[in-house]
Design a protein. Structure first.
Lengths: 113, 113
């Protein structure tokens, strides 16, 4: 597509439930990132995918967080047993290669109540 | 490791005022430098960039000059508009052996008529 598409744009969930956030990168972009933006905080790196290589998961805050990227395209970020501190905007970005220009999606605003 | 220190906000200015948002960085070598902007409810957009020392990036009336002697990349605009109200992030591209963009914490700018 023309840009990075994220869905849903907003998600309200009850504490303890699982959620899935989706990112559809720009076609042909091999690098894909997930970042988290919490209220009053900067951008926190979560995970990075590059082509078919093993992802860099070093930023995932706990084992409740996982992500996959199917067919080198669409990515899903899953948060299990959500907690209130997971409330944030989750941003996805893609780039043609690592170090090239990054295009961000509009994000998913997750609210855990 | 690489890091970005950015002036913390929020910053509130009247329309047509002069804007400066300070950004300094720590990195190995002379990386490219970026400013991203996030308008309300949207994802991050690349505002401008500079790829080498003494380069000046410019876009939409904003400018930033890459100063290697002071390791700075301050964002400036001579006359802000209400439509410039947004959060501004200074950023470094991934360093050697890394995949992450390094972001400052962001500066929220509000421009009042």
């Amino acid at each position: 597509g023309a840009g990075v598409s994220q869905s849903p744009s907003n998600k309200v969930t009850e504490k303890g439930k699982d959620v899935e956030l989706r990112c559809d990168p720009i076609s042909g972009h091999t690098a894909l990132y997930w970042y988290r933006q919490s209220l009053g905080q900067g951008l926190e790196f979560l995970i990075y995918f590059q082509g078919n290589s093993a992802p860099d998961k070093s930023g995932l805050p706990s084992d409740r967080f996982s992500a996959e990227r199917t067919g080198g395209s669409v990515s899903t970020l899953t948060i299990q047993r959500t907690q209130q501190e997971d409330s944030a905007v989750y941003l996805c970005a893609s780039s043609l290669t690592t170090g090239a220009g990054y295009t961000f999606g509009s994000g998913t605003r997750l609210t855990v109540v | 490791g690489d890091s970005v220190t950015q002036m913390e906000g929020p910053v509130t200015l009247s329309e047509e005022a002069f804007l400066t948002i300070n950004c300094t960085y720590t990195a190995t070598g002379y990386p490219s430098l970026f400013w991203y902007v996030q308008y309300p409810g949207e994802g991050l957009q690349l505002l401008l960039k500079a790829t080498k020392a003494d380069d000046k990036g410019s876009n939409k009336g904003f400018e930033a000059t890459y100063r290697k002697e002071t390791t700075s990349f301050h964002l400036e605009k001579g006359s802000v508009q209400v439509s410039d109200s947004a959060v501004y992030f200074c950023a470094l591209p991934p360093g050697a052996g890394s995949y992450q963009l390094t972001f400052g914490k962001g500066t929220k700018l509000s421009v009042i008529p």
